[in-house]
Design a protein around this ligand. Structure first.
Ligand code: BGC
Length: 757
């Protein structure tokens, strides 16, 4: 519906109707205005399947929802590093929404994985904002191509479950821009989501629902968002302030209470009716976009979508270890499938994303179709207690087989929406089982079902490890297909697996105190921290093996020196050296060489997933813009590509750089400087105009005094020239008064005036 028509509708609405449009009718739908033909529309979780509730509703996944397809969760999808795949997932969900008359799916979940302890990491993509933004954008484009809206969430700085509804995430401007906003920024700019969901928490003291800087100044004005903002379920604090800040829709219903507050505020003159009208326009614009583009032919095709879920799951599996090429297994090798998750995989997390799956496939049932397998349950995941009978049965089965595959991971209560993990351990009973099986069987592979990193104390005792994450309802058949080589694994870790919890960047402050969570690690999130500190990790960001090997050659950087606006084309040749087709994730990192800012040693600035046949070579190209070299500069409150040398690095992970090329970047942005008596000589001399003025002044009285000081450095060994240079560099202008004969307060003030003229 065009703007005029929407404006006309709004002009016919009563104040109460307009206020009413700004909160839900019930758990899952908005209010319609029948007499004006304004429809009520429904929304549904999200993100990795439909949780449409027709009976009793809740936002914690407690009550039944319709039978649907559970696709791989965000943790798994991210491991694909595959934009096309994320788009396919989006398209499929969009079709399902059309079939079920859902105007907006509540996803993707895009918060940065600040700590592996966050109970909800299984829904989120990555510790890296570029990867998260790119996959989020692809998902949003996919869903919206079916004329259904998305609600990327939880905007923003919602990186812990502990006290998520009241906690205050405190972070500096640069950290906010480079890490926590950046995850949403790229997605909003590329994919233009129809809606966005603000989070429960506060950011630097202000609830996100009321945060005008975030919801209006940044989201709408800077990034061009033109949809509507809805709250997370129950995330409203002050309804009137929230409306003024740019939050359009309160979800779920407030029972009319906050609608009355809005109407009263307009009557009292504390809220402008024009602002309310604008908010209604943003809401109606999106609601009609859905209603007017309904696809009446859409039907839920569970079988077809189950196949899609399997295909996606296969692409998300990460091979972490494969000694002596234990994998792929031969179907003829008698293999013991051990562990409850072989027969009943853990494939999704708990909470609002919980899907009522119409079918779940296990690796065991899939492998039994074509391979020689026996099964032993090994453990139960209801409690972390070793069942000695199950353990010895598993050890016996392993002894009498030629190989053992142990299906392990985190039980439901180890990670969930609503609370955080306390440690990175798997259940002791599972660790013990793996150790016991590895003692009697040299050929052990472990398949991990978990939404976030775990410690692997048994790693050196097993030959292979497959990370399948929470891979959705078809994860079992996907895992079997990878174990037996029907599919060559091509996933890569979208997050670092640390050696110990104590190594994680926010170990000392995660969770916070008194409802304040201080992000003191700043921009050093995830691999930015481990690589800058050169710390060993269990498995690095970007890491993953394949059943084939890849060779990288001919890194070519188009120019060795550029102006920042010119951009830079980079190419590299990748060859499949093995004898089976495989997929590789080519990762490009940028590393500043002589930055004056405190920056991570390298940051991911591009990635491409390619498929190569045996012997095939492909040239992969990247185009870097000035943002690839930039950090957020708090003096100019903008991105700043500092002049200097940078290295373009191509790697197999954040910790394994294979090829490097240098490039010089010339900044085109000036940082305006104001000088004062406390500006140091170093700062002044670094500025071209400052240098010129200073040199002139140095020629006069100041010059004579400085020459005296320099001479004394020559005379006295204790004051060597280097020390003198450092002292001068760091000396504030005002100190010249004490040390340089002939300098007066007036002459310094004149100098400052000239510097600032
Ligand atoms: C979750 C959201 C979800 C909403 C509706 C909230 O508790 O944080 O992610 O979309 O409930 O179920």
């Amino acid at each position: 519906m065009n703007k005029e028509k929407i404006r006309h509708l709004i002009s016919q609405m009563t104040l109460e109707e307009k206020a009413g449009l700004c909160s839900g009718a019930d758990f899952w739908s908005t209010k319609g205005v029948e007499r004006l033909g304004i429809p009520a529309v429904s929304v549904s979780d999200g993100p990795h399947g439909l949780r449409k509730q027709s009976g009793e509703a809740d936002h914690l996944g407690l009550n039944e929802s319709i039978r649907a397809v559970c696709f791989p969760a965000g943790c798994a999808v991210a491991a694909s590093f595959d934009r096309e795949l994320a788009k396919t997932l989006g398209e499929t969900l969009g079709e399902e929404c059309q079939a079920e008359d859902i105007s907006t799916i509540l996803g993707p979940a895009m918060n940065i994985k600040r700590s592996p302890l966050c109970g909800r990491n299984f829904e989120y993509y990555s510790e890296d904002p570029l990867l998260s933004a790119e996959l989020g954008a692809a998902y949003v484009k996919g869903v919206q191509s079916k004329n259904v809206g998305t609600s990327p969430k939880h905007f923003m700085a919602n990186n812990q479950e502990y006290h998520r509804m009241t906690s205050d995430s405190r972070m500096d401007e640069r950290t906010m821009r480079e890490i926590y906003l950046a995850s949403f920024e790229g997605m909003v700019k590329q994919a233009r989501p129809w809606t966005i969901m603000n989070s429960y928490n506060k950011l630097n003291g202000t609830y996100l629902c009321e945060n005008k800087e975030i919801l209006t100044d940044i989201l709408r004005k800077e990034w061009g968002f033109d949809g509507y903002v809805m709250t997370d379920w129950g995330a409203m604090n002050n309804r009137v302030e929230a409306l003024q800040a740019g939050c359009n829709l309160e979800m779920p219903s407030s029972g009319g209470a906050t609608d009355a507050e809005i109407a009263a505020a307009v009557r009292e003159g504390t809220l402008s009716e024009e602002l309310l009208d604008d908010s209604c326009e943003e809401l109606l614009n999106i609601m009609f976009r859905y209603v007017e583009n309904r696809d009446p032919s859409a039907r839920l095709d569970l079988e077809k979508d189950h196949e899609t879920a399997r295909r996606i799951a296969e692409e998300c599996i990460v091979l972490l270890k494969n000694e002596e090429q234990l994998l792929p297994l031969s179907p003829k090798t008698k293999t013991a499938f051990i562990g409850k998750y072989a027969a009943a995989p853990r494939y999704q997390g708990g909470g609002s994303s919980h899907i009522n799956s119409f079918r779940v496939e296990s690796a065991l049932e899939q492998a039994e179709n074509f391979a020689d397998v026996v099964y032993a349950q090994g453990y139960d995941d209801a409690a972390d207690v070793t069942d000695e009978a199950l353990l010895s049965e598993a050890v016996e089965a392993a002894k009498h087989a030629k190989a053992a595959v142990i299906f392990a991971g985190l039980p439901d209560d180890f990670e969930s929406e609503g609370y955080d993990r306390k440690h990175l351990r798997m259940p002791d009973c599972q660790n013990r089982l793996i150790e016991a099986v590895a003692e009697v069987q040299p050929n052990v592979a472990v398949v991990l079902h978990n939404g976030a990193p775990v410690e692997m104390p048994w790693l050196s005792k097993v030959k292979a490890v497959l990370e399948v994450y929470l891979g959705g309802q078809a994860v079992g058949s996907a895992a079997a297909n990878v174990l037996y080589g029907k599919v060559n694994p091509g996933g890569r870790l979208p997050e670092t697996f640390p050696l110990r919890l104590q190594d994680t960047p926010c170990f000392l402050t995660y969770g916070g105190e008194n409802d304040r969570s201080e992000y003191r690690e700043g921009v050093f999130a995830g691999y930015r921290y481990y690589t800058s500190k050169e710390m060993p990790v269990l498995f690095p960001f970007g890491y993953g093996l394949s059943y084939t090997t890849f060779d990288y050659q001919n890194l070519h950087v188009e120019k060795d020196s550029i102006k920042e606006s010119e951009g830079l084309k980079v190419t590299v040749d990748v060859t499949n050296k093995g004898d089976r087709a495989g997929k590789e994730v080519v990762q490009l990192y940028v590393s500043p060489k002589d930055s004056k800012a405190i920056r991570p040693v390298r940051e991911l600035r591009g990635f491409e997933k390619i498929e190569l046949q045996p012997g095939e070579t492909k040239t992969v190209s990247f185009t870097l813009d000035s943002r690839a070299f930039s950090y957020w500069n708090t003096e100019i409150h903008d991105w700043y590509a500092e002049s200097g040398d940078y290295e373009i690095q191509i790697g197999k992970s954040a910790h394994e750089i294979l090829l490097r090329e240098a490039v010089h970047v010339e900044s085109e942005k000036a940082i305006p400087k104001t000088f004062h008596l406390n500006s140091t000589l170093g700062e002044i001399l670094a500025d071209p105009k400052g240098k010129m003025i200073m040199e002139q002044a140095m020629g006069g009285a100041m010059g004579a005094g400085a020459a005296e000081m320099a001479k004394s450095a020559d005379k006295d060994d204790a004051i060597n020239a280097e020390m003198m240079a450092a002292m001068m560099e760091a000396m504030p202008l005002r100190q010249l008064l004490s040390f340089v004969p002939g300098v007066t307060k007036e002459s310094l003030e004149q100098l400052v005036a000239a510097l600032n003229a």
